[in-house]
Design a protein around this ligand. Sequence first.
Ligand code: DON
Length: 311
Amino acid sequence: MNTPATPADELQTILQSAYASSAGNTSGALADYIPELAKVVPDSFGLAIASATGSLCAVGDAEVPFTIQSVSKAFTYCMAIELAGREAVLARVGVEPSGDAFNAIEFDPHTRRPFNPMVNAGAITVAGILYDRLGDGAFDAVLDRFSRAAGRRLDMDEAVYSSESATGHRNRAISHLLLATGAVTNRVEPIVDLYFRQCSIRVTAVDLAWMGATLAHMGENPATQDQVFDLRAVRDTQTVMFTCGMYDYSGNWAFDVGIPAKSGVGGGLVGVVNRQLGIGAYSPRLDAKGNSVRGVAAFSALSDELGLHAF
Ligand code: DON
């Protein structure tokens, strides 16, 4: 990897060229299974890179807000490991790629646990672990931690939250199955509500870049010097992002781009280049797997140009 030697102006030029080479791709469709998500401007596109030394470059619609959706799963997993310990979390949710869609109603046939924390079943289990520890204060704790990772106060999009809560029957069904298998041990409704709320937190590509940089920089936000996450939990989080962060595209992603990442149906994508960079992308047109079309293209270009692949 050559990023430490890459000066900020050169990084900005490379970011601009990744933007330019991906911007023309207008394929893909907005997520519309949550009605409110279909109301965003379809052709918004923003990219941002934050470095572990505290510098930022951005291009396009990098300050346009959108809901974090499944990108939240990486960060709540990190919190759960810190709060409950890795063994307790591992006992309830696995770390094996599922090869299934994000909303699959599928558990590991051997352990009956959700396959991993990056699919809905696993993320709802993680929400259950946070709710067990923090009760009704869980959402405020999540919002606070995400805000510290982003380096500014974030908020929740009420309209998306209401829309998701009104239509999230599949997630409620998954929650009840988790209760039946013992992965979730508490009342289902506050747990699934926490999950809907965490998905509705509003961020920008710049926020995602800083959140990624906080993971890259061993849990410390490099701009604010706030130690947001515990280092051991950061290692586990990055590992699961690497193997499972892009749903049933995770193998292709590891092969092509080669960095830990997490996508969301709001069109956000965060990447972590360990010890070096956080990368945030926003473009809401999604491919068939639920990943941002231009986000994936831009990350692929950046990985090639900057030599980011782990191997
Ligand atoms: O579970 C859901 O339906 C959403 N709130 C989050 C899903 C998501 O972002 C999956 N991403 N590709």
